[in-house]
Write a protein that binds this ligand. Structure first.
Ligand code: FAD
Ligand code: ZN
Length: 473
């Protein structure tokens, strides 16, 4: 393999081939520190041509490849296995904004651009790139595309798939498929880009994308509201949608246990209300009109909800800084959970109308199976998507709970999939974490179709082996 390292060095330069343990370490573990792997080397190509060159070498030598972007994924998708045979190929140096077309409302960016950089480039041109998630300062657009990331504005603008018009992909053979078209209409056969979006690096390397832009809103109004139960939150959502339609851009749910963890672990975090509500909703409106009018509209809406009892208390942000404080409470939920300690994580979706039923039934079943279990539930209620974490406050007992992850998954996932018609992976993907769960919840036909696609595009099985689907045979 020494010869192979030299060939990688010749293709992309010696400094872009990392082999020293101190250099490779950050690429060999995931954000939560849950997975750890080994690799022959970490490769850092800087252009599509360089990606293609190293992929051709891997294809020729049968070397497994693990794509990696910002490494913020929560399902172990970017971590290699422990065989030490694979190379991690980091797309982080493909960082150019290639073009921005304000008349077509599109931006063409390379895969390693941070999400925050894409947002900033759009904003400088007076446009909005609406994908928004807590990891936006470190995740890459290539990772967002590969996981079909969701985030806090899906309710209004859709997920990454909905924001994508074209892709450039380096295939496992090293060939480059250029589908970088900024078209809103194109019915020329199979929509190939859709295969790579959400494929978690199992079908090829996304190297660039054409993304949709929107008008930049001129007004925003944000409220933190206290509710007694999730059913009230679902009612409030319906009322807000009826009243505001597309002006409703975020509707997030936060349980008391989640807010308590954020207040405990995140410096400077303060509850917007005098107490920690049993359930909180973070609601945001935005539009292209006047700030005052939008704030008044929200005040009137919240006033009615207080009157009819849907909402029991509430705070309206009086400034952008205060709105940012509200958002920090929601966006630091994953961080606070991480600081608190390891948990069994679920990322599920059900029809919005079934959210109260899900919370009620899952909560009761888990309390019986795991007495004292702490449920930290929060998420994108407007999309029917909850992050649902289980832990026990005391470390030794918690370790025992983590060992029983399969049992907990059975309770949560069977309820979600079999009984409520939901999904066991709403926005984080499958990676390693849910690979085996998938075989339980996808039909044999669906699994076989997935394997057929995988075999057709990656006949040697070199792309991100062991992720998403366990075997192609
Ligand atoms: P990585 O973690 O590097 O990779 C993710 C997967 O994509 C891996 O399987 C990898 O092999 C593959 N991959 C990466 N780049 C490429 C490429 N160019 N071509 C092919 N395959 C590639 N996710 C949400 O959807 N919504 C949220 O609200 C959200 N909030 C988060 C909050 C926090 C605090 C954190 C830490 C994570 C959150 N995530 C969320 C998860 C994560 O940020 C997203 O999955 C993100 O899209 C991953 O991007 P990344 O660049 O870090 O990808
Ligand atoms: Zn989320």
């Amino acid at each position: 393999m020494a010869g192979l390292i030299e060939r990688f060095q010749a293709a992309i330069g010696a400094s872009a081939v990392l082999t020293a343990p101190a250099d490779t370490a950050p690429y060999l573990t995931d954000w939560r520190g849950r997975y750890r792997g080994r690799a022959l080397a970490v490769l850092r190509p800087a252009t599509t041509a360089e990606v293609a060159a190293v992929v051709r070498l891997c294809s020729e030598t049968g070397t497994p490849m693990v794509p990696q972007g910002g490494n913020t994924g929560l399902v172990g998708g970017g971590t290699p296995d422990d065989s030490g045979r694979a190379v991690v190929i980091s797309l982080g140096r493909l960082r150019a904004v290639r073009t921005l077309d304000t008349a077509n409302n599109t931006i063409t960016v390379e895969a390693g651009c941070l999400l925050a950089e894409v947002q900033a480039a759009a904003s400088e041109a007076g446009r909005l790139f609406p994908l928004s998630l807590a990891a936006e300062g470190s995740c890459t657009i290539g990772g967002n595309l590969s996981t079909n990331a969701g985030g806090v504005q899906v309710l209004r603008y859709g997920n990454t798939r909905d924001l994508t018009l074209g892709l450039e992909v380096v295939l496992p053979s090293g060939e480059v498929w250029s589908g970088l078209r900024g078209l809103r209409k194109d019915n020329t056969g199979y929509d190939l880009k859709q295969l790579f979006i959400g494929a978690e690096g199992t079908l090829g390397f996304i190297t660039a994308a054409v993304l949709k832009l929107y008008p930049q809103p001129s007004a925003k109004a944000t409220a933190w509201l206290a509710l007694t139960d999730p059913a009230a939150a679902v009612m409030l959502l319906a009322a807000a949608q009826a009243r505001f339609d597309a002006r409703l851009t975020a509707f997030e749910l936060v349980s008391a246990s989640t807010l308590a963890l954020v207040l405990k672990h995140i410096p400077g975090a303060r509850s917007p209300l005098t107490t920690v509500p049993v359930w909180s909703v973070l609601l945001e409106l935005s539009d292209g009109g006047s700030q005052e009018e939008l704030a008044d509209a929200l005040t009137a809406f919240v006033g009615l909800a207080l009157e009819d009892g849907t909402v029991i208390d509430g705070a309206l942000a009086q400034s952008q800084a205060q709105a940012a404080q509200f958002w920090a409470l929601r966006e630091n939920a994953s961080e606070a959970q991480k600081v608190e300690g390891i948990s069994i994580k679920h990322d599920v979706s059900v029809p919005v109308s079934s959210i109260p039923d899900f919370l009620d039934r899952a909560g009761k079943a888990l309390a019986i199976a795991f007495p004292g279990v702490r449920i930290v539930a929060f998420g994108h209620l407007g999309d029917g998507n909850l992050h649902y974490n289980l832990s026990l406050p005391e470390a030794a007992a918690n370790a025992g709970l983590i060992d029983r992850q399969a049992e907990a998954n059975r309770i949560v996932h069977d309820l979600v999939d079999h009984q409520l018609g939901g999904s066991i992976s709403a926005e984080h993907g499958v990676g390693q974490l849910k690979r085996d769960e998938l075989t339980r919840y996808k039909s044999p036909l669906a699994l076989e179709l997935m394997r057929s696609v995988k075999r057709a595009l990656d006949p040697q099985g070199l792309m991100n082996p062991g992720k998403v689907i366990s075997s192609t045979i």
